[in-house]
Design a binder for this molecule. Structure first.
Ligand SMILES: [Zn+2]
Length: 276
């Protein structure tokens, strides 16, 4: 089971978000700073978590209770000094940091009402925004994506290289879910579009929030009907099915580089490796 399959270590405190609740939480809370790119102020490779000072700002985001303390995030347009990305932080802080990056970016990117275009302001500590003109509420959302570990009938794993990645970097197939499409349909479509593979079996494994940009990754395992691949040459430049032995050799020689350990892509790859 991945860490994302267990209950969150962040209590979002949804019933303690009146202005009075938030002011009280601020008095005893801690705060981290996030810039417009979702980078977190840091010291010595760790997110800088400081006691709150002064009054709570209108844009300060209440994340909830983590490790017995009330956590806030202060969005800043830019940060001087050391910063880290959320997945460079210690894994036990992923839950509050992922929420912080999501909410800071979502609040920054939604200053106007979707219904009337009027100015919006954070409400309930920044988990939603309210329009000052028409009163419409908007809620922080994530964009669902599928990510699929595809094996062929010989149980070899398909790894492919996206055109945006450096040489040797490979991963499994992923893509956004289109409007009006089911999650499973997105898996079939992405496999067909990107690598020309038809899926025979498909099963859900687990999910992971991915705040950059604002994705919810839905992880699947699938079996291809055969071993043929036809990369699209556009989004995917190359791809191949690997045995576990071939994969280990290619990784140790530097011939391929796998996704980082914080990703669901790596979780699905490791799951296939350990199933052999
Ligand atoms: Zn409005």
């Amino acid at each position: 089971m991945s860490r994302w399959s267990r209950s969150s270590s962040l209590d979002r405190a949804v019933d303690r978000r009146t202005e009075a609740d938030l002011d009280e939480a601020w008095q005893r809370g801690v705060v981290l700073s996030i810039d417009g790119e979702g980078r977190i102020a840091a010291a010595d490779g760790q997110a800088l978590i400081a006691p709150t000072q002064g009054r709570r700002g209108a844009n300060d985001i209440y994340l909830g209770v983590f490790d017995g303390r009330d956590w806030f995030a202060s969005p800043e347009s830019s940060l001087d000094g050391e910063t880290i990305g959320w997945r460079e932080a210690p894994a036990d802080e992923y839950d509050p940091l992922a929420a912080a990056v999501f909410l800071a970016r979502w609040n920054r990117q939604n200053p106007a009402c979707e219904r009337c275009g009027g100015p919006t302001a954070p409400d309930q500590g920044g988990i939603r925004r309210v329009c000052g003109s028409c009163g419409a509420l908007s809620f922080a959302r994530m964009d669902p994506c599928v990510i699929v570990a595809i094996t062929d009938p010989d149980d070899r794993l398909l790894l492919a290289r996206n055109f945006q990645w450096p040489p040797h970097r490979v991963s499994i197939i992923a893509g956004f879910i289109e409007a009006g499409e089911s999650v499973e349909q997105a898996c079939h479509r992405e496999a067909a579009e990107e690598v020309g593979v038809e899926l025979a079996e498909l099963s859900y494994v687990s999910s992971q929030p991915w705040p950059m940009p604002r994705s919810l990754m839905l992880g699947f395992e699938a079996r291809a009907v055969d071993s043929r691949i036809r990369v699209d040459g556009d989004e995917i430049l190359e791809g191949a099915f690997y045995t576990r032995t071939d994969l280990a050799a290619a990784v140790s020689s530097g011939g391929i580089v796998l996704p980082g350990g914080a990703s669901i892509a790596r979780h699905l790859i490791d799951r296939w490796i350990s199933a052999g």
